[in-house]
Design a protein around this ligand. Structure first.
Ligand SMILES: N[C@@H](CCC(=O)N[C@@H](CS)C(=O)NCC(=O)O)C(=O)O
Length: 206
């Protein structure tokens, strides 16, 4: 049984959706923040960075980093076909974009939503936020250009598209994002055609 620590609509949403789409046995522990914004003490003991998603694997070991989880889970359930196998065509592209989304776009999202964490200057948060929004639009544009006319980045639904769909929901103006990049909207809608993903989106209050 996988145990996923998450928060609704946060980075755990894509991991939860992938577990569901793979038919994996899992439970979700939805964390709430304390008044000061921090998570409860017990969670710090599981993940010293106290970030969601945090995944406890069936063998009891703890995994952090959402991109690694997406790759690992998809590999554990090859019959679900949600990632190309290591020697299959598209594997390099899969890894490239999965890491790109996590390192670039997720990073920009964090700077946008938690700007104060990225500066020691008490008046610096607005600048961090403004630059993060600019960077994020460039990063979405690069992803959209690579997607081109395809419904899914690799031609069929993979973990990558589920993760990309989650990131779209974090854009400061989702309607504007989709108006600028209709192919991202097409990809997003196609991801949500998966019944398991849709159920998880709904459970997350989307
Ligand atoms: N690199 C990590 C980033 C995880 C992360 O920063 N998650 C955010 C929510 S999306 C978080 O838990 N931040 C701390 C907080 O909310 O207090 C990953 O990809 O899993």
């Amino acid at each position: 049984m996988y145990k996923l620590y998450g928060r609704n609509q946060a980075g755990s949403m894509a991991v939860e959706a992938l577990l569901a789409a793979c038919g994996a046995p899992y439970e979700v522990i939805v964390l709430n923040r304390r008044e000061d914004g921090s998570f409860e003490d017990f969670f710090h003991a599981i993940n010293p960075k106290a970030e969601v998603p945090t995944l406890v694997l069936p063998d009891g070991s703890v995994m952090t980093e959402s991109a690694a989880m997406m790759i690992h889970i998809a590999e554990q359930f090859p019959e679900a076909g949600l990632a190309p196998a290591p020697r299959e065509a598209g594997r390099a592209e899969f890894l490239r974009w999965q890491v790109y989304l996590a390192a670039a776009l997720y990073g920009s999202d964090l700077r946008l939503f938690y700007p104060q964490k990225f500066t020691t200057d008490p008046g610096g948060a607005d600048g961090v936020k403004a630059r993060a929004a600019e960077t994020m639009s460039q990063e979405f544009a690069i992803y959209a250009q690579a997607l081109g006319e395809r419904r899914f980045m690799l031609g069929r639904l993979t973990a990558l598209d589920i993760y990309a769909a989650m990131l779209c929901t974090w854009a400061p103006d989702v309607d504007a994002l989709f108006a600028t990049h209709p192919n991202l909207k097409r990809m997003y809608d196609a991801v949500l055609e998966n019944a398991a993903v849709k159920r998880v989106w709904e459970r997350n209050g989307m």
